[in-house]
Design a protein around this ligand. Structure first.
Ligand code: IMP
Length: 425
């Protein structure tokens, strides 16, 4: 039984939290492979309601090994807070949670530099989550990063920190006129963190390899969404690691049996950047109100709009999805009319592709297909055939646009409010 990947297909917040929790129950290993604590997975299960940012969703299942892999950037303070919150709610066994020694650390200067950069960008700010994610991935690529494994060797850690901080302080003071940070202070702080992190840091590759060799189910838990990918998203309004990048999991492409794209039944986006189906009207407000579309990490109101079939087709294509997971279908229960964007009008032309140039994307006006709503609650339905005809028609159209079958349809926040269509692993 090889690995499956669960990947956000839109701009993040597709409802991956519920899905990865459901699928983690059957997994032997769950790997968080990208992003950092910018992610916010809301999980509601038999143990309560949780907001996970870094801890893999397998933590709720005693038989599951959880890996924070090399594709993640890790803020130790956020991880400890999350572990403490989980402990307060009765999740106490972290002995099966491991951090790859190759995972890069978020350092205090990443948080500071991001604040300074976003402020300097003014109206062109990305609208980041403010967690230092971009500067940490920048350092990884620039080869100034500090990795979790470095904490196990304090001499090397200090030497590296001193070199990097000298460079960072020159930017902090000369470019931004801000106060420099102290090596000693950061060193002591991170040595404290090391005491708690050390039991979790290791070479995680053998754990994954063993599970794959034995044919045990492995789940790659995606964060953010494809349209926030630095290559395929609405650059530069994107995050800094690849939400689709399985290389961050330490698994080769031949090991991935199924890639599931998680699509919300409508669209949302938090932060700045183009979103063709954004509804800046009462319908957008209604979607936001019913769905409570406010960021799990920052609390910001999310922009809401109709399902974007052009973006969906693109997302499916670049990921090679062989299954779709449609979430929050029930949010549309009360809408008399539901629109789906199937093409864009731009500069006198109709196009059916997702433009790379965001100035073009910003001018795109959605071409909508209109569907009659079903106007009845669907939360208690567990079989596709029992969904109202209009809901089935809507899902079928989404399947056509996504180019793959909807294997799971979510009709409510609770785990049981889910329609499965065939085997998932
Ligand atoms: P960063 O990832 O904090 O650098 O933010 C870059 C962009 O990605 C901003 O528009 C954020 O709002 C967005 N973003 C980052 N993480 C998430 C997420 O988990 N859900 C939705 N948007 C996100």
């Amino acid at each position: 039984m090889p690995a499956i990947a669960v990947i956000g297909a839109q701009w993040g917040d597709e409802g991956k939290g519920k899905m990865v929790d459901l699928l983690a129950e059957k997994a032997r290993v769950v790997i968080r492979f990208s992003g950092g604590d910018n992610a916010g997975h809301t999980v509601i299960n038999h143990l309560g309601k949780f907001a996970l940012h870094l801890v893999p969703s397998g933590i709720f299942y005693p038989h599951t090994t959880c890996i924070i892999s090399n594709g993640v950037v890790l803020n130790p303070v956020s991880l400890f807070k999350e572990m403490d919150d989980l402990k307060a709610k009765g999740i106490t066994d972290f002995s099966r949670m491991f951090i790859s020694e190759r995972t890069h650390l978020i350092m205090p200067y990443h948080l500071l530099l991001e604040q300074l950069e976003e402020k300097a960008l003014g109206a062109r700010a990305i609208g980041t989550t403010g967690k230092g994610i971009g500067p940490a991935f920048t350092d990884k690529a620039a080869r100034y990063g500090i990795r979790a494994g470095d904490l196990l060797n304090p001499g090397y850690f200090k030497e590296r920190l001193s070199q990097v901080l000298e460079l960072k302080n020159s930017v902090i003071t000369r470019a931004y006129g801000a106060e420099p940070l102290s090596v000693e202070k950061i060193f002591n702080q991170y040595m404290e963190y090391a005491k708690r992190l050390t039991p979790h840091i290791k070479n995680t590759l053998p754990v994954v390899e063993e599970a794959l060799r034995k044919g045990e189910p492995v789940m790659l838990e995606g964060a953010q969404g494809t349209l926030l990918d630095p290559d395929f998203g609405t650059y530069p309004y994107v995050t800094s690691s690849s939400p689709m990048g399985i290389v961050g999991a330490g698994i080769g492409p031949t090991q991935i049996k199924r890639a599931y794209g998680v699509f919300k039944a409508y669209c949302t986006r938090v932060g700045n950047g183009p979103m063709p189906t954004d509804l800046k009207d009462a319908t957008g407000d209604k979607l936001r109100e019913i769905a409570q579309e406010f960021g799990a990490t920052t609390g910001r109101a999310r922009r809401c709009g109709w399902f974007d079939g052009v973006a969906a087709r693109y997302s499916s294509q670049v990921n090679g999805f062989n299954g779709a997971i449609i979430t929050r279908l029930d949010i549309l229960d009360s809408f008399p009319v539901i629109n789906v964007c199937t093409a864009y009008h731009v500069d006198g032309k109709t196009i059916d592709y997702f433009p790379a140039d965001i100035s073009v994307l910003e001018r795109c006006v959605p071409v909508y297909e209109t569907f009659p709503g079903w106007q009845t609650p669907i939360n208690s339905i567990r079989e596709f055939a029992r969904l109202p005809l209009n809901a089935r028609r809507y899902v079928k159209r989404l399947e056509e646009l996504c180019g793959c079958p909807a294997k799971i349809i979510s009709v409510g926040a609770a785990r049981e409010q889910t329609i499965f269509r065939g085997e998932i692993y």
